[in-house]
Ligand binder design. Structure first.
Ligand code: ATP
Length: 320
């Protein structure tokens, strides 16, 4: 596998539905064996982008360029893609093993091979006792595992997962994180769209945030959190709930670029990499007694809330 050449590049792709510009001239590259995460609020255009990428929807403009393992451009080969859509389409009244064998057959595996890989995945995912059970009798987490298996059992070059963590409890979310890592280690590139930023922060090699159909931020988690949109977050906990107009006062000041009321008495203020925080502590003491304060690197979650809410980042306020 030629790891320096992208598996797929999007070049200025766009799509409108009537007057809705769902995706606006977005370009990006997915490298082989990367875990590439697509983030964005509801309606940002993620599913539209994914559906264009895998050839389910033609773009109005722009192209996708696919490359094989030697780096040569090739046409899109849907047999090399595994797709877990957001609205899962499995037959819930069918047994687990039969479902997986059916999907293996659809992916071009013969009967013997279909049985073999289905059995393998059932064991791997700890579902042996449910092999003959109807899908609808399984817990949501176990159904999700079967759904992932149905998308990956033919060992695709690219696995596309739309909301793989939705509806899973924290234990099953961890299992899913590990499973995605294992699938990548076996040579599959993973493109996933999800809203669980704490998991994405640990899992993704590359993150692209889109909002209102436009690319807002793109890079590794490290690049995003320590680049120009990252910085420090100062959490200040007051003895009492804060005064109603404190947030407006802070915002009016102009040098705090993100502000969240995390508890009635706890605020989180985001600062740019070179901005000073300590003088703010002095100012805030005038508003009430401070119980605790803590400064930490701004998280992906906090950056996301700021840029995905507002659309494209505005010019940063000048340093103080
Ligand atoms: P979510 O996180 O809620 O799944 P998303 O980021 O995947 O959202 P899309 O489903 O791609 O967003 O939708 C982007 C925009 O395009 C939305 O305004 C949506 O209403 C619109 N849209 C998507 N598909 C169609 C369609 N088939 N016909 C008309 N409008 C559509």
């Amino acid at each position: 596998m030629n790891k320096s050449q992208p598996l797929v590049s999007a070049e200025g792709v766009g799509k409108s539905f009537g007057s809705i510009r769902a995706v606006q001239r977005i370009s990006f590259e997915v490298l082989p064996q990367q875990i590439f995460s697509l983030l964005g609020p509801n309606g940002a255009g993620k599913s539209t982008l994914v559906r264009m990428l895998i050839g389910m929807l033609p773009p109005d403009e722009g192209t996708f360029v696919w490359r094989n393992s030697s780096g040569a451009t090739v046409p899109l080969d849907r047999a090399k893609i595994g797709y877990l859509p957001e609205d899962r389409g499995l037959y819930k009244d069918q047994p687990v093993a039969a479902t997986l064998e059916y999907f293996a057959g659809l992916r071009g595996l013969n009967r013997t091979e279909s049985k073999r890989v289905s059995q393998l995945w059932i064991e791997r995912l700890g579902l042996t006792q449910y092999a003959k059970s109807k899908l609808e009798t399984l817990s949501k987490g176990n159904q999700q595992k079967v759904q992932i298996a149905s998308a990956v059992l033919h060992r695709p070059a690219l696995l596309v997962l739309d909301e793989p963590f939705s509806g899973l409890d924290p234990i099953n979310q961890e299992l899913m994180v590990n499973l995605i890592r294992e699938i990548r280690a076996e040579g599959t590139t993973v493109l996933l769209s999800a809203h669980q930023l704490n998991l994405i922060e640990r899992l993704a090699d590359h993150v692209m945030i889109i909002a209102k159909g436009q690319k807002v931020l793109s890079g590794t988690v490290e690049e995003i959190c320590h680049g120009e949109h990252g910085g420090k977050t100062l959490r200040v906990e007051f003895e009492q709930p804060i005064a109603a107009n404190l947030l407006t006062e802070i915002q009016a000041h102009g040098d705090v670029r993100g502000l969240l009321l995390e508890q009635p008495n706890l605020i989180a203020m985001q600062f740019g990499p070179n901005q000073k925080q300590l003088e703010w502590l002095n100012k805030l003491q005038q508003w009430g007694a401070i119980r605790t304060f803590q400064s930490s690197s701004t998280s992906l979650h906090e950056i996301y809330l700021r840029v995905a809410n507002d659309g494209l980042p505005q010019k940063e306020p000048s340093d103080v």
